[in-house]
Design a protein around this ligand. Structure first.
Ligand code: SF4
Length: 333
């Protein structure tokens, strides 16, 4: 039996103060990831700071036409919110594809951002894993790596980030609002996630006591958008490949394109190179395939996951082709 203290702070500042003085502590919200890790022995905190009842559950418009989403909003609550469904449909689709209704009802926005990889070795404390146990090695590099990353990996870790929601938020240029010991700061979501490099134990740039309090989305663009997830089975599973995209087409030319990839990279992956290939060109399959190829130039497939490269290429083409058809219809109507 491992002793474990539990604290329910009255406000976010008290939560941060408690975590600041507890180097072995962990924040607890929906618990859909952390409680698994407690049972598996992957996480061994000595203090749980329960933030689930803090006043961080709102979805509010911002003065610049965007929306601020509290960190403890449930995944279901966000997916079905009228503003999200109407103006950020790719985000709603990503959330609905992410997990069963039971898990979505408990899981929070902040927790979704911070969920850990589903690499099977990370979740098995009997195996070497640099992310869980720094310096112990990486069992996936020479082991079962079908689910692992082709982009953003290192010789220390090639685990994919599992969140669908975060991929959609990366495509939307979301900003993560964080409360730390020195106050609040705002971090563009692309800068929020870090690559594994030589020290894969940290997935984000957060300090130990930092508390995610909200995510802000900029004003919606006049674009068609979607999130498509390819997985091993039709029911809930983590992405082999996913694509979040929005597209604007005017007079036969792509005038706006935002693309992000999931399931293929060590962090939710903004596909800047692919966007550059598409922008200003005719929206056809050849351009879309060239865009995916440009993004994959630095890909490093492993023994078990090279199939993700043609799969990502085909999914990119299919998504952008469908969005082009929708955008063209809307332009005509
Ligand atoms: Fe651990 Fe990363 Fe290697 Fe998986 S890929 S075993 S998470 S170090």
């Amino acid at each position: 039996m491992r002793p474990l203290q539990y604290l329910r702070p009255e406000n976010p500042e008290a939560a941060v103060a408690a975590m600041h003085s507890a180097p072995g502590g962990a924040y607890l919200a929906g618990g859909t990831n952390l409680v698994d890790h407690l049972k598996l022995g992957v996480a061994t905190p000595d203090l749980l700071v329960d933030i689930s009842r803090l006043p961080l559950g709102g979805i509010e418009p911002t003065t610049d036409g965007g929306v601020r989403i509290g960190a403890t909003v449930s995944n279901t609550g966000l997916a079905v919110h009228p503003t999200i469904r109407d103006h950020y449909p790719g985000l709603s689709q990503a959330l609905l594809s992410g997990a069963s209704a039971q898990i979505r009802n408990a899981a929070t926005v902040g927790g979704n951002l911070l969920q850990r990889t589903r690499c099977v070795y990370f979740r098995d404390p009997t195996t070497p894993c640099n992310k869980r146990d720094p310096g112990s090695g990486c069992a996936a590099l020479g082991g079962f790596n079908r689910q692992h990353a082709v982009l953003g990996g290192s010789d220390r870790c090639v685990a994919t980030h599992p969140s669908d929601m975060a991929v959609a938020m990366v495509a939307l240029d979301a900003v993560v609002v964080v409360l730390g010991a020195t106050g609040e700061r705002r971090i563009p979501i692309e800068e929020f996630y870090r690559l594994p490099g030589d020290d894969p134990q940290s997935d984000t740039v957060l300090d130990h006591d930092d508390l995610v309090v909200a995510v802000e989305l900029p004003a919606p663009q006049n674009a068609v958008a979607c999130y498509r997830k390819v997985r091993d089975r039709a029911s809930y599973a983590f992405a082999l490949v996913s694509v979040a995209a929005d597209l604007t087409v005017s007079a036969g030319t792509v005038t706006g394109c935002r693309l992000a990839y999931g399931g293929v990279a060590t962090r939710p992956w903004r596909a800047h190179r692919a966007e550059e290939v598409v922008l200003g060109h005719a929206p056809d399959d050849a351009t879309f395939a060239a865009a995916a190829d440009a993004e994959l130039v630095d890909a490093r497939p492993l023994a078990g996951n090279a199939f993700k490269m043609p799969l990502l290429r085909r999914t990119t083409v299919a998504v952008l082709r469908d969005l082009t058809a929708r955008a063209t219809r809307e332009e005509r109507s």
